[in-house]
Design a protein around this ligand. Structure first.
Ligand code: FES
Ligand SMILES: [Fe+2]
Length: 341
């Protein structure tokens, strides 16, 4: 059985995915119905009626309450049964679990823990909204692999040179760069720094492609699985804080189950939004994630034949420092929760 870190925030959805009609999404193994309440807040209820286990998301709304599609038990947005169509008495134990939610930066977070939700612990993604360029371009990719394998992938960006030959690979510039890893509590900062390299793809249209650049890929990881990537470039030798070309990206993973993951991604634009430009960027990133990362990560997981990651005694390369440290931090946090319980 999977042991997830529970007293923390996970991304449930992009804000724009949540409306009046409940969205059913499996989160940390449980089916959850997500819908928007009259006050604009988001309700998150376990999507399983306690009577005969019908999905409440197939039911109807009665104000902020959900009416079960099978026999009509009605649950308020906190999961309490408030109506039994067969009797004035409410059946014992007939409530469903609800999860606290919070919405920030276009992201709906949910808190699956028992403890009091800590709003201050929501990772900051305010950089995704650039006033002149609007809300970010967002995407979603289901992945048939555990979320830890997505973290391994994202904290080791050297994979770009192998996996992303069809999109972002840069003829070995990452291998020639410097990598640093810093830990601060349950946060990691995994940075790649490459100097005197060709202008990277995110600068196209701004820098002359023939220009030499200094280029960075700075990845922040917050436990359990929210990552912010700053993709930056400046003219070679210039001060990197002096008007660089920067793209801000979110890579946020939420376990769907032990062996499957919701991969939410977003990127800012270097230009104001346009239908054509957005379609081009969306296409480029979908190609990189759907057709390059996803196949190799899923094939890797399938190839483990259900065996435990550490039991397989993975060979260690220096590039694994980020992913391995993240796994250790997660294991420690999960163990600490077990002790508290
Ligand atoms: S299954 Fe929901 S009321 Fe019967
Ligand atoms: Fe990748």
């Amino acid at each position: 059985m999977a042991h997830y870190l529970r007293n923390c925030w996970y991304m449930a959805a992009w804000s724009h995915e949540i409306g009046e009609v409940p969205l059913r999404r499996r989160l940390l193994g449980d089916p959850v119905a997500l819908y928007r309440k009259a006050d604009g807040g988001v309700a998150a209820l376990v999507d399983r009626c306690p009577h005969r286990f019908a999905p409440l998301s197939m039911g109807t709304r009665d104000g902020d309450a959900l009416v079960c599609p099978y026999h009509g038990l009605t649950f308020d947005a906190g999961g309490t049964c408030i109506r039994n169509p067969y009797s004035d008495t409410l059946p014992k134990g007939a409530s469903v679990r609800s999860f606290p939610t919070a919405e920030r930066d276009g992201i709906v977070w949910f808190w699956p823990g028992a403890g009091e939700p800590d709003a201050a612990a929501i990772p900051d993604f305010s950089m995704l909204t650039i006033p002149a360029h609007g809300a970010p371009i967002t995407g979603y990719m289901p992945m048939a692999a555990p979320y830890e394998m997505g973290i391994d992938n994202l904290l080791d960006l050297s994979h770009i040179e192998w996996v992303h030959k069809g999109s972002f690979a840069g003829n070995g510039v990452i291998f020639a760069g410097e990598h640093s890893l810093e830990q601060e509590g349950s946060r990691l900062q995994s940075n790649w720094w490459m100097t005197d390299v060709p202008a990277p793809p995110h600068t196209y249209g701004i820098y002359n492609p023939a220009m030499r650049c200094d280029h960075w890929l700075d990845m922040r990881w917050d436990a359990p699985s929210a990552m912010y990537l700053q993709v930056g470039a400046c003219p070679h030798g210039a001060d990197r804080t002096d008007n660089p070309v920067v793209a801000h990206q979110a890579h946020i993973l939420t376990p769907e189950s032990e062996g499957s993951t919701h991969y939410f991604w977003a990127t800012t634009r270097a230009f104001p939004p346009s239908e054509e430009g957005d379609a081009m960027l969306h296409g480029l990133l979908s190609q990189a994630f759907d057709q390059e990362d996803k196949p190799i990560i899923e094939a890797t997981y399938a190839n483990m034949d259900g065996r435990d990651f550490w039991d397989l005694k993975p060979a260690y390369l220096g590039i694994d420092a980020g992913g391995t440290t993240a796994r250790r931090i997660l294991a420690m946090l999960i163990a600490a929760e077990g002790e508290d319980a």
